[in-house]
Design a protein around this ligand. Structure first.
Ligand SMILES: NC(=O)C1=CN([C@@H]2O[C@H](COP(=O)(O)OP(=O)(O)OC[C@H]3O[C@@H](n4cnc5c(N)ncnc54)[C@H](O)[C@@H]3O)[C@@H](O)[C@H]2O)C=CC1
Ligand SMILES: O=C(O)C(=O)Cc1ccc(O)cc1
Length: 363
């Protein structure tokens, strides 16, 4: 049996465990520092075995995945270096930053084990094993950060195992990874939190802000509800990159202040045109780092049983509905439902199906 040890079976560790568990020849062991978590992992059936003993989890493992918050990764690499790991064992991590953990692993004494940094570029604002899903990485990018000293056979071994995630493996240097991911993920998380907190402040004096903010505002700020501890670690770890980005962001907002003060309509138009042109060239229908909502809205008559009818029609057509929600902010327009799907294909099929049976569907 190939033994896979997962340290920290939360959203990401749990999702990896679900990708591997039950596959021929694989056995998955989960580790947590807490007894209660070990019991939960087993109860939910995400792992084959679970333990609070670092040694027991790591012993004889062919693969070790470190899936704890970024601030704890270096301690884990250090703790592993004190154990007698199986020769050829591949140690990898899933942290959202790569430079520091890769540097730590390079200097650690891992014996005949090999470290290859990793970052599955998919996730969500949710956390914990309760949010884990075997679909999480499907069609997403999964970064690996091998260097010139990493043997090709080790890269191949890890890449082969990761085929169970259905992600696309890409190789990126750790520092370059942190710069890019800083701009496309970490900065957007900061902006979302700052924006939500700005509106939260206004809302203290006027609750109409939150009433009217639902819908689009809620969607663009979804990532502002991400796990505080996980994000504290990511931002502090990537602070050099983020400080530079935030200064550039300040320049961007200052430019808008100037354009407004000067009533520079042409400047505003140019900014929107350039942004639109760049955005239209982004790859479409590809799972990006910040996940999309595959959603549509339908107007439904306000009578009993309608939700059941919609869900049944989609179910009968084998369309996987992941969430259904009544839009409260539009109470004045009875019967608006928001339908969410995990995949673009499901959304497309649902729009087609619901249109055919007479519902009016909006994006
Ligand atoms: N949340 C996301 O969407 C993504 C997160 N990541 C990275 O994955 C890693 C795990 O994040 P999530 O799974 O989202 O978090 P999570 O909170 O769902 O899971 C973290 C796991 O680590 C354990 N843990 C927490 N603090 C610990 C500590 N000090 N020592 C030992 N164990 C501890 C928790 O019990 C839990 O099992 C982080 O390094 C994060 O940067 C990577 C891709 C996406
Ligand atoms: O919720 C979202 O859309 C995310 O942004 C998920 C995410 C969070 C952290 C990562 O390192 C990668 C992806």
């Amino acid at each position: 049996m190939t033994k896979i040890a997962i340290f920290g079976v939360g959203l990401i560790g749990g999702s990896l465990a679900l990708c591997f568990k039950g596959k021929p020849g694989l056995t998955v062991v989960g580790h947590s520092v807490r007894e209660s978590s070990v019991a939960k992992y087993l109860e939910r059936g995400v792992v084959d075995h679970a333990t609070t003993s670092l040694r027991e989890a790591a012993e004889g493992a062919d693969f070790i995945f470190l899936c704890v918050p970024v601030g704890s990764l270096e301690q884990y690499v250090h703790d592993l270096s004190g154990l007698d790991l199986k020769p050829g064992c591949i140690v990898t991590d899933v942290g959202s930053t790569k430079a520091s953990v890769v540097a730590t692993a390079r200097n650690a004494q891992l014996g005949n084990a090999v470290f290859i940094g990793g970052h599955p570029m998919a996730g969500s604002e949710r956390s914990g094993v309760e949010a884990a899903s075997s679909y999480l990485f499907e069609n997403a990018f999964y970064v690996l950060t091998p260097d010139a000293s990493t043997a090709q056979r080790d890269i191949d071994k890890l890449t082969d195992l990761l085929t169970y995630t259905k992600a696309h493996i890409v190789h990126v240097a750790p520092e370059e990874h942190d710069e890019i991911v800083g701009a496309i993920s970490h900065l957007p998380h900061i902006i979302a939190v700052a924006l939500v907190n700005l509106v939260r402040g206004y809302n203290e004096n006027n609750s109409l802000y939150s009433v009217l903010a639902a819908g689009g505002f809620r969607d663009i700020t979804r990532i502002g509800s991400s796990e505080p501890g996980v994000w504290r670690d990511i931002l502090v770890n990537n602070r050099e990159v983020l400080l530079k980005l935030l200064r550039e962001w300040q320049d961007g907002t200052s430019a808008f202040i100037d354009m407004l003060q000067n009533e520079d309509g042409a400047g505003i138009e140019l900014a929107f045109r350039q942004s639109g042109q760049f955005r239209s060239k982004l790859p479409e229908r590809r799972k990006g780092m910040i996940h999309s909502f595959y959603e549509c809205y339908i107007d439904v008559p306000d009578h009993p049983g309608i939700i059941g009818h919609v869900a049944t029609e989609l179910g009968n057509s084998n369309i996987n509905l992941s969430n259904i929600q009544i839009i409260e902010s539009r109470e004045d327009v009875p019967g608006i439902l928001r339908l969410s799907f995990r995949k673009q294909e499901d959304l497309d099929l649902a729009v087609q199906k619901l249109g055919l049976i007479g519902y009016s569907v909006h994006f």
